[in-house]
Write a protein that binds this ligand. Sequence first.
Ligand code: SF4
Length: 352
Amino acid sequence: METGVLNLVGASLAEVAAVLAPLDPRPYRARQVYHWVTRRLVGRIEEMTDLSRTLRTGLAERAVLTDPRVVEVRTAADGTTKFLLEMTDGAMVEAVTMPMGDRTTLCLSSQAGCAVGCVFCVTGALGAGRNLTAAEIFGQYRVLVRHGRLVGTPLNVVFMGMGEPLLNCSGVFAALDLLYETVSPKRVTLSTSGIPAGFAKLQALPRRPNLAVSLNATTQEQRLRLMPVAARWPLEDLMRSLRTYPLERGRRITIEYVLLAGENDSLADARRLVRLLRGIPVKVNLIPFNPDPEFLPHLTTPSAAAVDAFGACLAEASLNVTVRWSRGREVLAACGQLRGRMARSELLPRLR
Ligand code: SF4
């Protein structure tokens, strides 16, 4: 992108007003342009048809609308559609749409790659990348909504794609403001590996999304084996942060627990999990591991019986629990899988 030219896709209302000021300083003009970008999701400045031709021409000299480029789209039998998207510098990320009844859930990435390195995650196996900008995050939303013809339909948005959102607070929080133009904060969920330092920033937001924490372990030793992030932020600190996290009325923290055969799926694990969560308003999502023999050959999915027994133990303790088998398995819908194939089959030869 040309230096000094504003990408309207990630621009705040104030930035839009500043770029429009020499052309038309009236506040309602800035709101008009902002809404074309954030609500109506137009792809070109010429489509802002309630602006005069002169204003559109002037705006096009100072600003652009640049969304991520769609590299690949795969749709599974259950309607889950996975997108591989390229940023202007060539960084690749994944985003997913999942139809669920009358709503569609969009899963967005916050970073291109991830330094957290969870052992069960292909993105983690691919290593660190970079933070995405607000334009690159909100651009994913725009691409997915336009592609699925979802403008004006009920949506949920989850930050469960590539990256750790609380290690990119500035990009993610700016993108949240843009998303909130059409999606209620109650319908947005930010999923984190558990960065207590990020919780404080999240708490300070005037409009907070739902919080989901990827826990996956019931002892510090086990968590350290699965999630190296536990070395810096131990399980005990994480649980203390969750106990004191101020929740808005009627909300609960979602605890995500990826079940790995022989690692964290025993009844002893389930009982420890019950004790760990006692007194915290939570709902638990059990996620049987989505196998990936190519990138994560050492990990396997528990049997359905083991998953049922684990879930029953939590339910008996009156925990609100759901089992979420990965959707769209045939389109590699777990985090990083499509990008992982790209890394192996296309990116590596390109880099040679
Ligand atoms: S699960 Fe999330 S935090 Fe962990 S490595 Fe993957 S993308 Fe990063």
